[in-house]
Design a protein. Structure first.
Ligand SMILES: [Zn+2]
Ligand SMILES: [Zn+2]
Length: 375
């Protein structure tokens, strides 16, 4: 069986972006085969791979999930296993998460479970939020629908190897709106003949940031980020006739998020109408909030206590998103965080690198959780 550090470094050398993870999937299939799972499902929701370890006895189905994709960021760190693909890097630690799940496969091969089934899911396209919903929508998913689903994410800034836990919302929901306005251009010397989106864009930019307060939502529970704005062309002879605004919306729960998104889209449409503009609103990169089930969190806590690992109780949800939240629709779910160390660069930073020292901690945690359900 492959050494897990070697496996992580091999994945790190050959990063692939969301939706393009075919070589990564092939690499995983090669090493999974050595662990003799009962069944392997391929091309699940894209390049996803699921390995099923079936005891043949009645019991629960437990799903453990990791992610396949890397990021379109140039790695500036200099590990000996540095990315060989220019402009792409495993800078969220998904290489480490894959090594952890491969480690679980190796443990289950050495000591098979006594009851129920374990599904090890290597999920595609997490970074764009498309992967988890695509896996859920794939008809092949019906055969592996879990009673419980677990995932971890490494977390820079948290002490190395510490386990971070929280019931309820752990990560915000998020979604990006592209609001595109169309009016009419004119000569720059005759702006009175144009229908320019200038004022609509200005009003939207200032209003969207204060939208949560206007809706009476606790501003701590939501976040609006104006990400990109465009008005006309970089020219001096034209009064602009079109413009775009990209804004990202985040909220602690899916219900709050739905309210925020609906209000923002309505406000943008009203703004367009007021200024005589046409508008199209596109919705992008939708992530559900991660709503951690209490029983599942208790199982993670028991595992950490059993392994003597330090636990940190997280009081407020993270403002970042994880598409693992989508699995709440299929069963009881919990995502926990695993500390990558106080001095580890942040996720998506160009010099980030998953710390090898926590691979075994992750494997131990998932094995302990699995044994609780499946023996
Ligand atoms: Zn990421
Ligand atoms: Zn990630």
């Amino acid at each position: 069986m492959i050494d897990l550090l070697d496996f992580r470094h091999e994945l790190h050398r050959f990063p692939e972006l969301s939706g393009e993870e075919s070589v990564t999937a092939t690499r995983i299939l090669k090493y999974l085969g050595e662990c003799s799972p009962s069944q392997i499902i391929n091309n699940l929701g894209g390049h996803g791979v699921a390995a099923i370890f079936d005891s043949g006895e009645a019991g629960e189905t437990v799903l453990l999930r990791c992610e396949l994709d890397a990021l379109p960021i140039l790695e500036t760190g200099q590990p000996p296993y540095r990315s060989t693909v220019d402009g792409k890097g495993h800078l969220c630690g998904h290489d480490g998460h894959m090594a952890i799940i491969m480690g679980v496969a190796q443990r289950l091969a050495k000591r098979p479970i006594a009851r129920g089934r374990v599904v090890l899911l290597f999920q595609p396209a997490e970074e764009t939020g498309i992967g988890a919903p695509s896996v859920l929508a794939d008809e092949k998913f019906a055969a592996i629908r879990p009673d419980f689903a677990y995932a971890l994410h490494n977390l820079p800034g948290m002490p190395l190897g510490h386990i971070g836990l929280k019931s309820g919302s752990l990560c915000f929901a998020s979604e990006g709106l592209n609001m595109s306005f169309l009016g009419r251009t004119s000569h720059a010397s005759h702006p009175e003949d144009a229908i320019t989106p200038q004022n609509a864009l200005v009003e939207l930019m200032s209003t969207l940031n204060s939208l949560p307060e206007q809706l009476g939502i606790d501003p701590e529970k939501t976040l609006v980020t104006i990400c990109h704005a465009r008005l006309g062309l970089p020219a001096f002879g034209i009064t602009p006739g079109d413009g775009d605004l990209f804004a990202a919306f985040r909220a602690e729960t899916d219900a709050l998020q739905a309210k925020l998104i609906a209000s923002a889209a309505q406000y943008a449409r009203d703004c367009a109408e007021k200024h005589g503009l046409k508008i199209t609103v596109d919705y992008n990169e939708k992530f559900a909030a991660c709503d951690n089930d209490e029983t599942a969190v208790a199982n993670i806590r028991d595992a950490a206590v059993g392994l003597n690992l330090p636990i940190i109780d997280i009081d407020k949800p993270f403002r970042w998103s994880e598409d693992f939240g989508a699995f709440s629709a299929a069963g009881k779910t919990a995502l926990f965080v695993l500390g990558s160390g106080k001095n580890c660069p942040q996720l998506h930073a160009p010099d980030y690198d998953f710390p090898d020292g926590i691979i075994n901690t992750g494997v131990d945690m998932f094995e302990q959780i699995t044994r609780k359900h499946c023996g």
